[in-house]
Design a protein around this ligand. Structure first.
Ligand code: PMP
Length: 430
């Protein structure tokens, strides 16, 4: 596999950008080696600047649920773009987007579009604090909510991959206001609320954790958090940046039948453009400027091109059977991976929810963050490179969920399993 051009670009990039990248996990540090530089992508495949083609299970970290460069999305973007890239006054697509989101996710009575998941979560937290007049927030170990100061405390994703879960640069006074809990531990949540409930502005949680690999909520856990927040007057925030429109049309809140006070979205809602959204109860959202005093704004928020890409993607995922087909294929993939690992004598388990999944080098089923970090990350690194050499691209970290798109058909899954059988044998050989 020739990687000369990627290597040359990475050499240049390292002089110019921290680690040669604009977002940490892209540097491939935890799996070793160097990243490939993308030239184009289509459907389930991404091609690098050296002409290598990879079957892609990262999908730009989530947005590409309808496959890369879907013609309907490209067409919508091209059409809108001819009328101008940004207006700085309201446009009709923003209203359409808000209506569409509220129809698909009824808890989003009112919402605001922003430009990234990070913006969405930090705006949601400000609103929770402003509305309750309290300052403490609760997050869960291994959950990642973007790089806002309050969230870089025991965070997942890149912060976990690089072992810097508490970032320098976050003032201690602020970090002290972030309380952390072990995800899926009922007792710990009850105890924390008993002790500090009156000071807790809000609880933010990835309803399915996708930034410490992929961990599903135990039966009743999200309901438990809902009940605690209701009892203590705290704002329950579901961070559905990853799970939104992916694990079900209505997100994890629809899948588990739990209604948060606020939700955050990103990724799919922008169809590949830089977009985020936050929203929820009207009585809370009315407190945001200019209808209320809690400030939040954005020069490019509601950008017409981004709205067009997002709306086109949201339309595609409403085709009958869209999520059902994805779910069937994810099961096929995960069952196949478990079987391939067993055949090779490698201990592996998977978690899955519709179009997202986690692969753990572990003997036991993973339900907690502690179990996720105890997995064999070195084995994952060997497996990752075994797949990559065979043209299959999994996330370049053991702590990220995998994603399927509607372009991942049975033929793609067969190819993946064939590559996985060989990669697991290499892992076994050490
Ligand atoms: N929340 C979750 C659950 C995420 O997975 C991410 C990004 N992976 C974010 C927030 C931050 O989004 P962004 O990278 O768009 O700022």
């Amino acid at each position: 596999m020739n990687t000369d051009r990627s290597h040359a670009l990475f050499t240049r990039a390292q002089e110019l950008m921290p680690g040669g990248v604009n977002s940490p996990v892209r540097a491939f540090r935890s799996v070793g080696g160097e990243p490939f530089f993308a030239a184009r992508a289509e459907g389930a495949y991404i091609e690098d600047v050296d002409g290598n083609r990879y079957l892609d299970y990262v999908g730009s970290w989530g947005p590409m649920i309808a496959g890369h460069a879907h013609p309907a999305v490209l067409e919508a973007v091209a059409k809108v773009m001819r009328d101008g890239l940004s207006f700085g006054v309201p446009n009709a697509l923003e209203v359409e987007m808000a209506e569409e989101v509220r129809r698909l996710v009824p808890s989003m009575e009112m919402l605001r579009m922003v430009n990234s998941g990070t913006e969405a979560t930090l705006s949601a937290i400000r609103l929770a604090r402003g509305a309750t007049g309290r300052s403490r927030i609760v997050k869960f170990e291994g959950c990642y909510h973007g790089h806002g100061d309050s969230f870089l405390v025991k965070a997942g994703s890149g912060a976990l991959t690089f072992g810097v879960p508490n970032s320098p640069g976050v003032p201690k006074a602020l970090a002290d206001l972030t309380l952390t809990l072990p995800y899926n531990d009922f007792e710990a949540a009850t105890r924390l609320f008993q002790e500090q409930g009156a000071d807790i502005a809000g609880v933010i949680v990835e309803p399915i954790v996708g930034n410490a690999n992929c961990i599903l909520p135990r039966e009743g856990y999200l309901q438990h958090l809902r009940a605690l927040c209701t009892k203590h007057g705290s704002v329950l925030i579901f961070d559905e940046v990853m799970t939104g429109f992916r694990v079900a049309l209505g997100g994890a809140q629809a899948r588990y039948g739990v209604t948060p006070d606020l939700s955050t979205f990103g990724k799919i809602i922008g169809g590949g453009m830089p977009v985020g959204a936050y929203g929820g109860k009207a009585e809370l959202m009315r407190q945001v400027a200019p209808s209320g005093p809690i400030y939040q704004a954005g020069t490019l928020s509601g950008n017409p091109v981004a709205m067009a890409a997002g709306l086109a993607t949201l339309k595609l995922i409403q085709e009958p059977g869209f999520h059902e087909t994805l779910e069937t294929r994810t099961h096929r993939l995960c069952d196949g991976l478990e079987a391939a690992a067993a055949e090779a004598g490698v201990a592996v388990t998977t978690n899955r929810s519709c179009a997202m999944f986690g692969l753990f080098f572990s003997r036991e089923k993973v339900e907690t963050f502690a179990q996720a970090v105890a997995c064999d990350t070195a084995a994952y690194g060997r497996f990752f490179h075994g797949l990559l050499r065979r043209g299959v691209y999994f996330a370049p970290s053991a702590f990220e969920a995998g994603f399927l798109s509607s372009a991942h058909g049975d033929a793609e899954i067969d190819r993946t399993l064939e590559a996985a059988r060989a990669a697991f044998r290499e892992v076994r050989a050490g």
